[in-house]
Every structure is written in structure tokens, then in C-alpha cells.
Design a protein around this ligand. Structure first.
Ligand code: DLL
Length: 433
């Protein structure tokens, strides 16, 4: 079983918690140097902390706090110490900015390198980083980690799909990093260009940055005949490298020497017991320029290990696949639903291609839900009965899952919009009531 830093990755839980308490105290003391936290933490005496749970004495930090303190309000070092800025993608409002010192970049790259090694990828691999570079953290985040591991790193970025395929062929790429939706699109273009996605030298894929179901992972694995690992992170917490799957693929290990995890009820903020699903709240434990305390990530998941050690030997907590964001929850005809549940159903039908859209409209005073589904070309052979049956089967399976009866609209293969980065799955045209 490969490790990048075996001592820390397999540190016994009691020692890991001691380390967390020490780093939490240091982080709170450091935060008090920032304009934003100075006031907020004036009644907190971190020297009294004895367990990681004491973090719950500290108030939450939200995305709105980051926006309100744009640009340097959370920074704890002189400006000359800052070497890098990143920004969140701003899919849910104004972007937020994050700053790093040289040491922060080192720590972040080490965390990413750990993730890479944990999947079995190594120095001998050729790594194609098929994700945006720039303010988005996916590109540079993985890039620095991959170079630490010593992989031949191809910074191909997102887009220009035919060139991506050419690079894969010419340089015998063995590992890629991409959003799941884009790498599925790449496979479609391969087929169009008369390549078989299985004929490449690929053996491992890292996918993340957007919600995706287990079924979608399996599709990518089957199409390319590779192993695919889920990667979770967000710019406010560096970017990728927060949590990643190991070879066991039974949850993503969240690096607890650098991140302190709580799962809370998104409505009340109450801390939940291990195993309960809620919003991930994360405190950075090893950041210099811009440490963040109890950050409300907006992401919904649960702790999956409840004290069992992973067979890989790592002691760091495992979290489930991200179910969606609290603000992704759709309320349709009064029923709460997450798009990921519809995706799970769709991807269990082999006739259905990987790209889909959920469209919400208002008809009179009622909501309507339409699922636009792409079908593989072989389904359009003039056999209407076959299509009708498929429509009825998908409608029933979705209704069984989410209660609401959807309208299913079939579209030709590769006709729905594609994205090179995060896919946009929901089109809500209901407007304000
Ligand atoms: O998406 C960082 C990243 C890049 C992670 C590459 C993994 C790979 P942001 O643009 O700030 O950062 O968006 C963060 O994306 O709060 C989640 O809602 C979502 N997200 C990230 N990874 C996953 C994942 C990057 N594996 C937001 N599964 C997060 C589901 C994910 N959602």
C-alpha cells in the first residue's frame, strides 16, 4: 500500500487529536491578527482548549463573511508574505478571494501529493491535468502536487478536446484529472474521432469539483477501463486536496492534520453525531496567510467510518460522496429534492448517455419538472415502442425515488449543452413567486 507520509497518514487517533488541539490553538491565536477575527474572537481563550470538540466554542465563518471582508480582511500576514491569490468560482454569487504564503503553497502541494500517491499513481506516471488553470484552484492545485510526486505533468488545462486526445496519445498519458462531466465528453469526442477510449494508456482518473453519482464514476471507469477516484475540495480551503479516495474507494479521507471537520444541521448549526448527514463545517489547521475557522462549506455529506479504521491503514476520517449543496436543494411542488438523486436513477439506465438537464417551470400556479435526457444513437432506430417503454420506465423510477412525476424529454446524443468545467444541470425558469 503506497504512502507519501506514512507517519502522519496512519497517526493513531489520540495523537492525531492532540495535534489538532495544538494546531487549533495556534490557528486561533494567528486569526486574532486579522481585521475580521480580531473582534470576533475577543472572548475566546484558546489556551483552555483540551479537545478538538472545543472548536464549537468559536462562531461560524460564512461565505458572506468572506465577501464582506473582501479583500484582505482575513489575512494574518504582511502583504509582502503573500505569494498567490485564488478565487472561488462564484457559481453561487460574488467570488471570494483566498491568499497563500510560500509555506501555504508547500503545505497544500504536500496534501495533494498525499492524495495522488494514495490512489496508486506514482512518479512513473504521465499526468494530464485537464482542468482550468488560473484563479480556479483545480489546475494549479493538482499541478504542484503532481510535480511533488515527480510525475511528468502536462498542464493541458480544460477545453480544446481534440488536442487533449492528441496529447493523451502522443505522450502516453496514464493519469488524468478533470471534472466528471468533461471527461465523459472527451470520451464522446474520442468515439467521434474513431478512437476507442480503452485503447489509450490511461489507468487512473481523478474527478471532482462538481457533484456526481457513484453510477457516473462507474461509467467513466467502464468507458475508459480505468480506476476513478473522487476528489473533494473548495477554494476557501485551498482547493483540491481536502479529501480524496484511497484505493479502497470507501469514502474520501479528509486530512485531519490540516482540517478539523464537523458535520452540522444546516438549519440550526447544531453539531451532529458521526454518521448523520449534514453540512460540512471545516477549520483550517495549517494555514498561515488566511486561516478560516468553522467554515460553512454549504456541502452536504456524512462521516462514513464511525471509528473503523480503513483497510488502507490510514486513520484520517472518511466522508461520503457529496450529496449536493444546501443551496442546491430544489423545492418542487413542495417536495425537497437534490439533483443528485435524479442523476443516480438516470445513470442506472444503460440506454441513457451521460449528459442531462433538469428543467423547472411554472405552469399556472404549479411547478413542473422536466428531465432532458440524451439517448445513445442506437435508440433512434425507428422503434417507437422501445422509446415509449423506456420513457415509462425512467418516469416510474424517478417518481419512485423523488415522489414527483417528471416529464421525460428525449434528446439526440450530444445535443444538450456541455461544459469544460463544472456542469450546469439545473435550469430553473420558475422566477419569483
Ligand atoms: O471545485 C476545488 C476542486 C478542484 C475540487 C478540483 C476538486 C477538484 P470551488 O470552485 O471553490 O473549488 O468549488 C467548491 O465544488 O464546495 C462543492 O460544492 C463542489 N465540489 C468540489 N469537489 C466536489 C466533489 C473546487 N468531489 C465546491 N463532489 C464545493 C461534489 C464537489 N462536489
Amino acid at each position: 500500500m503506497p504512502f507519501r507520509d506514512k507517519n502522519i497518514e496512519t497517526l493513531p487517533r489520540d495523537e492525531l487529536e492532540k495535534l489538532q488541539v495544538k494546531r487549533l490553538k495556534d490557528t486561533v491565536a494567528r486569526c486574532k491578527k486579522s481585521i475580521f477575527y480580531r473582534n470576533r474572537l475577543k472572548d475566546i481563550d484558546e489556551s483552555l482548549f483540551t479537545t478538538p470538540k472545543d472548536v464549537s466554542m468559536i462562531p461560524f465563518t460564512t461565505k458572506d463573511d468572506l465577501r464582506a471582508n473582501y479583500d484582505f480582511g482575513l489575512v494574518t500576514v504582511p502583504k509582502e508574505e503573500i505569494v498567490r491569490m485564488h478565487s472561488s468560482s462564484g457559481t453561487t454569487g460574488k467570488a471570494t478571494v483566498i491568499f497563500h504564503t510560500r509555506e501555504d503553497i508547500e503545505t497544500w502541494s504536500d496534501l495533494v501529493a498525499r492524495c495522488i500517491v494514495m490512489t496508486g499513481a506514482c512518479k512513473a506516471d504521465v499526468f494530464q491535468n485537464i482542468i482550468s488553470y488560473g484563479l480556479f484552484t483545480g489546475g494549479l492545485g493538482l499541478h504542484y502536487g503532481a510535480e511533488k510526486v515527480g510525475m511528468l505533468t502536462i498542464p493541458s488545462g480544460a477545453g480544446n478536446t481534440k488536442r487533449q486526445i492528441q496529447l493523451m496519445k502522443d505522450f502516453n498519458t496514464t493519469v488524468f484529472h478533470a471534472t466528471p462531466s468533461y471527461i465523459l465528453y472527451v470520451s464522446e469526442v474520442m468515439v467521434q474521432e474513431e478512437f476507442d477510449p480503452k485503447e489509450f494508456d490511461l489507468r487512473i482518473g481523478f474527478v471532482g469539483a462538481e457533484p456526481h453519482s457513484e453510477q457516473t464514476r462507474q461509467r467513466i471507469e467502464d468507458i475508459y477501463d480505468i480506476n476513478v477516484f473522487n476528489s473533494y475540495g473548495m477554494s476557501e480551503l485551498n482547493g483540491p486536496g481536502v479529501a480524496f479516495e484511497c484505493e479502497e474507494k470507501s469514502g474520501m479521507h479528509l486530512w485531519e492534520d490540516s482540517y478539523l471537520l464537523e458535520v452540522v444541521n444546516p438549519d440550526t448549526g447544531e453539531v451532529l453525531a458521526p454518521g448523520e448527514e449534514g453540512e460540512l463545517v471545516i477549520t483550517t489547521l495549517s494555514r498561515e496567510a488566511m486561516p478560516i475557522l468553522r467554515y460553512r462549506t454549504g456541502d452536504l455529506a456524512r462521516i462514513v467510518d464511525e471509528g473503523d479504521k480503513c483497510s488502507c491503514g490510514r486513520t484520517h476520517v472518511r466522508i461520503s460522496r457529496i450529496k449536493g449543496r444546501c443551496d442546491d436543494m430544489l423545492i418542487v411542488k413542495g417536495v425537497n429534492l437534490y439533483p443528485s438523486r435524479i442523476e443516480e436513477v438516470l445513470m442506472s439506465f444503460p440506454e441513457v448517455a451521460a449528459n442531462y438537464q433538469i428543467v423547472l417551470e411554472r405552469e399556472g400556479c404549479l411547478d413542473s419538472l422536466t428531465v432532458r435526457v440524451e439517448l445513445y444513437p442506437k435508440m433512434f432506430d425507428g422503434d417507437l415502442r422501445k422509446l415509449k417503454k423506456l420513457e415509462a420506465d425512467i418516469t416510474k423510477s424517478i417518481q419512485d425515488e423523488i415522489i414527483i412525476r417528471p416529464r421525460i424529454e428525449f434528446h439526440e446524443y450530444r445535443s444538450l449543452p456541455r461544459s469544460e468545467g463544472k456542469a450546469v444541470r439545473v435550469v430553473d425558469m420558475r422566477g419569483e413567486i
